[in-house]
Ligand binder design. Structure first.
Ligand code: ADP
Ligand code: MG
Length: 319
């Protein structure tokens, strides 16, 4: 069973940032209002995420570490309408198979917390006011062949930072903090999308960006997109979210690029934070746990909508 989980882990847990993604998404799914992330040595030595969400009760703690144990999907119909970030129930099992993992959690209404050790699965009473603390230490300590593929601390940290930003941009209503090797890197109070975007992309970006707010049929596009005067943009300043999930999708990237090319006659790299919302039934996110691609039922209509919405905003701005 450990071996099966270790093999499965290869798909879910590519590097510290993929652990961080899963654990952060679980915190968001748990309805957390505040999430605190502590990383050590690029996340290889430790990833610790504390949230104030609904918690996990004693009996469900052991289940949470089992493969295909999810509390989020009960029927196949649910799969069509996933509202949560996770739904496969394999992330924690995979993580626990390749790192020293523990979960401490206090379910809403419980008199105290419990801690489960991901190694021997022992349960013990613990102290915690509310929510859940997931502690993932020494990634790949038991699979040295995988450990060899990890990059430098700086590179792994950069991937973690990127992952943190994605979640933080998607959920400005959640207070979020990130520290690395004991130093606070981001301290983000809950607030408006614009405030969160300013905090993470720089006020400079907001000053050189236009707000996007377009609606058409069942599609909605909101966010901010840079004007040509903004020249500091790079690939890591391009964020596209579909129904709250970060995606890097060819169709959407193409629609954005076309809009900029038409208006600016070949601008360099635009910067943007865009949120597309549509009926969940119109988009397939059930592709691959580690992938950030989506499949649209009406891909042409989505492309046209994004292209025209963005082009209109950029044209109005006199760009
Ligand atoms: P999934 O998110 O796909 O359901 P995971 O392996 O990521 O699967 O998590 C397994 C289960 O553990 C979740 O369905 C949820 O019930 C519980 N869980 C994990 N993390 C948290 C958390 N931070 N707060 C509350 N419950 C959690
Ligand atoms: Mg999950």
């Amino acid at each position: 069973d450990l071996l099966v989980n270790q093999i499965a882990a290869g798909e879910v847990v590519e590097r510290p940032a993929s652990v961080l993604k899963e654990v952060l998404e679980n915190a968001v799914d748990a309805g957390a209002h505040a999430i605190e992330v502590q990383l050590e040595q690029g996340g290889v030595r430790r990833i610790r995420v504390a949230d104030d969400g609904c918690g996990i009760d004693r009996d469900d703690l052991a289940l949470a570490l089992e493969r295909h144990a999810t509390s989020k999907i009960a029927t196949l119909d649910d799969l069509e309408q996933v509202g949560t970030m996770g739904f496969r129930g394999e992330a924690l099992a995979a993580i626990a198979a390749v790192a020293r993992t523990s979960i401490t959690s206090r379910a809403t209404g419980a008199s105290h917390a419990w801690r489960i050790d991901g190694g021997d699965r022992s349960l013990a009473p613990a102290a915690l006011n509310q929510g859940t603390v997931v502690d993932v230490a020494d990634l790949y300590y038991n699979t040295p062949a995988r450990r060899k593929f990890l990059k430098t601390e700086g590179t792994e940290y950069a991937h973690c930072d990127d992952m943190f930003r994605r979640v933080a941009l998607a959920r400005p209503d959640v207070g979020m903090q990130l520290s690395h090797n004991g130093r606070v890197v981001h301290r983000l109070p809950p607030g408006t999308p614009a405030a969160r975007i300013g905090a993470l992309m720089g006020d400079d970006f907001l000053q050189h960006a236009r707000e996007v707010s377009a609606e058409g049929g069942l599609l909605r596009l909101t966010g901010f997109a840079s004007l040509p005067a903004y020249s500091r943009a790079s690939r890591d300043a391009q964020f596209f979210f579909v129904n709250g999930r970060f995606v890097r999708d060819k169709l959407l990237t193409h629609a954005v690029r076309e809009a900029y090319t038409d208006i600016l006659h070949g601008s360099r790299h635009p910067a943007y934070v865009l949120f597309l919302e549509l009926d969940p039934a119109g988009v397939d996110v059930n592709v691959h746990p580690a992938k950030i691609e989506v499949r649209f039922r009406e891909s042409r209509a989505v492309h046209q909508f994004v292209y025209h919405a963005l082009k209109r905003v950029l044209a109005e701005s006199g760009a």
